[in-house]
Design a protein around this ligand. Structure first.
Ligand code: ADE
Length: 229
């Protein structure tokens, strides 16, 4: 799977994409991630990508021309790329949206900055708008990193264990059951007996019940969502 990221802060991507699972996924060529500096598509000698809003008001907006031209250049090589704008006005990101995006061969992520982007980017260029939550970040770069991370780990082969992404919080609609590793007793706290019993059917029942109980206590909204589907 390929990700193209358009941003005026390419430096923000350096750390997160160069560590751990995302680093290995790129080395193994399971995912390809290219970060592009939008200023490359600016038209003047100051590399301007922002301007004042018509009608007045605070802050600056991202100009349409560099974004349109950058996306058009990317689409020449990858006409099927799905173009996603990161914005607090987008539909809310979730495990389900991550699974949906992971079906794509090619994602182009456009990071908003300043007070926002020219409305014509929304209406005439992008296919989708995504928010990673109801709060406002200084720009879309961190949101794009969250999306790349959550989507890339669903690409087959990226996680070491094939079942790792199947049996985790949200995938089945609820939260994951509690997990323990060695030692079996730590500072007087014992691992639940059933987990060391070797009885796999009993372990599966215990986990399912714990998962239900945990979801009911902490995230009842997820149970309602499941019912609503
Ligand atoms: N840009 C600023 N805030 C954001 C958010 N919550 N989600 C996506 N992009 C953003």
């Amino acid at each position: 799977m390929r990700f193209d990221i358009l941003t005026i802060f390419p430096g923000m991507f350096r750390g997160p994409l160069e560590e751990s699972i995302l680093k290995r996924a790129q080395e193994k060529k399971l995912v390809e991630i290219a970060v592009h500096d939008l200023r490359k598509w600016a038209r003047d000698k100051h590399n301007t990508t922002d301007d004042r809003p018509f009608g007045g008001g605070p802050g600056m907006l991202m100009k349409p021309e560099p974004i349109f031209e950058a996306v058009e250049d990317l689409k020449r090589d990858a006409p099927t790329a799905r173009v996603v704008l990161l914005t607090p006005q987008g539909r809310k990101f979730s495990q389900q949206v991550a699974q949906e995006l992971a079906q794509q061969k090619h994602l182009a992520l456009v990071c908003g900055h300043y007070e926002g982007v020219d409305e014509r980017v929304r209406t005439a260029l992008v296919d989708d708008e995504i928010s990673i939550g109801d709060y406002v970040l200084t720009n879309g770069a961190l949101a794009a990193i969250v999306v790349v991370d959550a989507v890339a780990r669903l690409v087959p082969g990226v996680l070491g264990h094939a079942d790792s992404a199947k049996d985790e919080s949200f995938t089945g609609g609820g939260l994951e059951y509690p997990q323990y590793t060695r030692p079996a007793e730590f500072r007087g706290m014992k691992v639940p007996e059933v987990l060391v019993s070797g009885d796999h059917a009993a372990i599966a029942r215990w986990r399912a019940e714990q998962s239900r109980q945990r979801t009911r206590e902490r995230r009842p909204d997820l149970l309602n969502e499941r019912k609503a589907k």
